[in-house]
Write a protein that binds this ligand. Sequence first.
Ligand SMILES: NC(=O)C1=CN([C@@H]2O[C@H](COP(=O)(O)OP(=O)(O)OC[C@H]3O[C@@H](n4cnc5c(N)ncnc54)[C@H](OP(=O)(O)O)[C@@H]3O)[C@@H](O)[C@H]2O)C=CC1
Ligand SMILES: O=C(O)CCC(=O)C(=O)O
Length: 438
Amino acid sequence: MCPAADDRRAGETAEESDRPPGAPPAYDPWAAAKERIVAACRLAKVPEEVTAVLLHPERVVEVAVPVRLDRGEVVVFTGWRVHHNLARGPAKGGIRFHPALTAGEVVALAADMTLKTAVVDIPFGGGKGGVRCDPAALSLGELERLTRRYTVGIASLLGPDRDVPAPDVNTDERVMAWLQDTVDLLQGGAVPGVVTGKPLAVGGMRLHSGATASGVVRCVRAALSALGRPVAGQRVVVQGFGKVGRPLAFLLASAGCRVVAVADVAGATWNPAGLDVGALASHADRTGSVAGFAGGAALDPAELWAVEADVAVPAALEGAIDRSQAETLRARLVVEAANGPVTPAADEVLARRGVTVVPDILANAGGVTASYFEWAQNRQGYRWEEALVAERLGRTMDEAFQTVWVRAEDLGVSLRDAAGVVAVERVAAALEARGVFP
Ligand SMILES: NC(=O)C1=CN([C@@H]2O[C@H](COP(=O)(O)OP(=O)(O)OC[C@H]3O[C@@H](n4cnc5c(N)ncnc54)[C@H](OP(=O)(O)O)[C@@H]3O)[C@@H](O)[C@H]2O)C=CC1
Ligand SMILES: O=C(O)CCC(=O)C(=O)O
């Protein structure tokens, strides 16, 4: 994602030094995350030391990941694993493979995880990791070698009590199975609960794959209900048709919404009468993209947010809605399924225009909540009934939404600020209890 350069605001430090060669000047997710941390800490009136701690990741590990490609050549990729803050428990957060990944982005995503795990009150701190690579350009064998070598590079950080990765952009349960296997080989035995979002066959949990999407839909429902609007008939725009966006589109359609536009990297499709999501998924399976879908008209992805709609759900990458897109966005409700899709400058515009934004650290927390349940089962050595997982997931999301909504009303602030306040208060309590500031 490359929003307008004017989205960078005075005082933000662009961490351009780790920008990949050839990449355009980028929106700076860590500067945005720091801005939001400072705002939440001020509102929560936590001691200054807490703010200072949260502005510094505990650990940023960079690893070289040499991989022999199928054609014989060795390419050295760069990978990271970041622990942002572990006051509330082991590091928890996904692993992303992306050609434009930077250290600053991974730090920002790890900070989001510190806040997210606190918003849903699960016993984890914030972590994130990834490798700068283009998985679409790698063979399956190359991808496996890269994953295993990266895992060896970060293995000293990992463990069910220390750091528990999960899937993120361009990684999936197969990648998690390779990670699990590599850790087990290094340890000389099974290490249950060292990774979540893995296949059922190696201790995964059936409801994990759709959990982020189902949590997002829970938030869409709760927000619409709080705003006095029905769910049925709402026109929804979804950006991203991957592990989150695709099940999300299905769930929204089956809840009675009209999914009017969907975008991925290659293009976008639009049908004001509502897209047939099942047919769209078949088309994407066949062609690799939503672009060219016969059941919709081609849409310039730059026009996605300007489509006539009631709800906008970004489910792709950071910085997807910048200041200028916020000015033309038609929906009255934005629910952040992606991490960091709305820039701070866009937040101001949306607030001025009266658009409600359900922030990422609340909206997409269903995924990490499901990861908590998978981890807990692995540690117990006991599989829970699916109905219990579904019930606990729904309850956790509904309670978190209500807590944040009520706090926003009490303080007279945005849902983003309120979620930040709830989160930093919980992290501050953990730091205090530990005596981190003697
Ligand atoms: N997976 C999870 O459980 C969780 C994910 N998230 C967040 O949700 C977001 C999506 O993650 P996930 O679904 O797992 O990732 P995937 O890799 O499964 O899918 C990403 C989707 O986004 C699309 N995309 C990427 N760049 C653009 C772009 N510039 N314009 C339009 N579409 C784009 C991709 O298109 P294409 O297919 O063409 O590449 C793909 O459809 C990320 O922000 C992630 O951090 C948050 C919580 C949990
Ligand atoms: O499930 C997890 O552990 C983390 C998911 C994640 O990376 C996220 O919520 O952004």
